[in-house]
Design a protein around this ligand. Structure first.
Ligand code: MRU
Length: 304
């Protein structure tokens, strides 16, 4: 968890394999690199950008007479493309945002989660730079609090008005007409448009449909996995129950403390992601355009 967020995980994984290429001994060079690839891939099962980046660096190195140099070059390309694609997502997505919009978001899919700009937050940043007034309701995103800790911090840095809400407040706010649209990120998108994202996203999407709130997913095409036909093929990472049972934060004296926030002795389960079926999603904002989540359209997106 030192590195998190789809794009950041992808870029880091690409450089990790490039690093392995530098360290591989002459004797048994590819065996060493293949072992490193397996180790890197085992770190995060759900985030598709990791597999996208590792495969690209591996293939570029394999095809080259100078695999070490080719690996570094490809890792750098991936990182640059991530920033460029997120900027494009912001430009395209900003057109969906009306002046005065109230937007809810879940987890952190901003510049801390990518090389730059972010996915879900990029349209908000660009809309704000265009002079539109936006207000963001930030889901705290238990158990790790990526919304409360990271998204809120980013928005403050961008001088964008926002407030943190408990994860279970979304339905109420939607029922009161307080939310105009929702934008979330994605960790993996199946060929039929089903979207894996931070746990809790599915509940928000169901509520959004019920209350007629447009529900957008923002993600670069590097997050799509056409080998996953639908939600059933997406592996869901299960994390340590301690993330649910304990919370970590600074004491009044500023010392980092970990405290038990549950009944002592109880167990907890901690699935890190859920999958939102395509039928709940209004549109997916990619660097290539805003698309309807359907198998046909997604396949065409990759064909060109
Ligand atoms: O648990 P994390 O911090 O690795 O969460 C992953 C994510 O960042 C999200 O699910 C996010 O909304 C989409 S990826 C930027």
């Amino acid at each position: 968890m030192l590195v998190r967020g789809a794009g950041a995980i992808g870029a880091t994984a690409g450089f990790a394999l490039a690093q392995a290429l530098q360290e591989a001994p002459k004797e048994g060079f590819w065996k060493f690199v293949e072992k490193a690839k397996v180790e890197i891939e085992a770190t995060r099962p759900t985030a598709q950008n990791l597999f996208f980046a590792v495969n690209r660096v591996f293939d570029a190195a394999k095809k080259s007479k100078q695999p070490r140099e080719a690996g570094v070059e490809e890792a750098q390309n991936i990182a640059q493309e991530d920033a460029d694609n997120c900027q494009k997502i912001g430009e395209l997505g900003s057109e969906l945002i009306k002046d005065g919009a109230n937007i809810e978001t879940h987890c952190n899919a901003g510049w801390l989660a990518f090389v730059d700009y972010g996915s879900a937050l990029s349209p908000i940043y660009i809309a704000s730079q265009q002079g539109k007034k936006v207000f963001v309701y930030v889901d705290e995103t238990r158990p790790r609090g990526q919304g409360a800790r990271l998204t809120a911090w980013e928005l403050r840095n961008e001088n964008i008005e926002h407030t943190i809400i408990p994860d279970n407040a979304g339905a109420y706010l939607m029922s009161q007409g307080k939310i105009d649209m929702m934008i979330v990120g994605a960790d993996r998108i199946a060929a039929n448009g089903d979207v894996a994202n931070k746990i809790g996203t599915l509940e928000k999407a169901i509520c959004a449909k019920e209350y007629g709130v447009p529900f957008y997913v923002a993600a670069p095409t590097s997050t799509f996995d056409l080998n996953c036909k639908s939600d059933k093929d997406i592996p869901i990472e299960e994390r340590d129950a301690a993330e649910v049972l304990y919370q970590t934060g600074p004491s009044e004296e500023g010392k980092l403390e970990k405290i038990l926030v549950c009944s002592p002795g109880s167990s907890a389960i901690n699935p890190a992601f859920d999958v939102t079926p395509a039928k709940y999603i209004t549109g997916i904002i990619t660097e290539k355009g805003i698309i309807k989540p359907s198998m046909d359209i997604i396949t065409r997106l990759f064909i060109g």
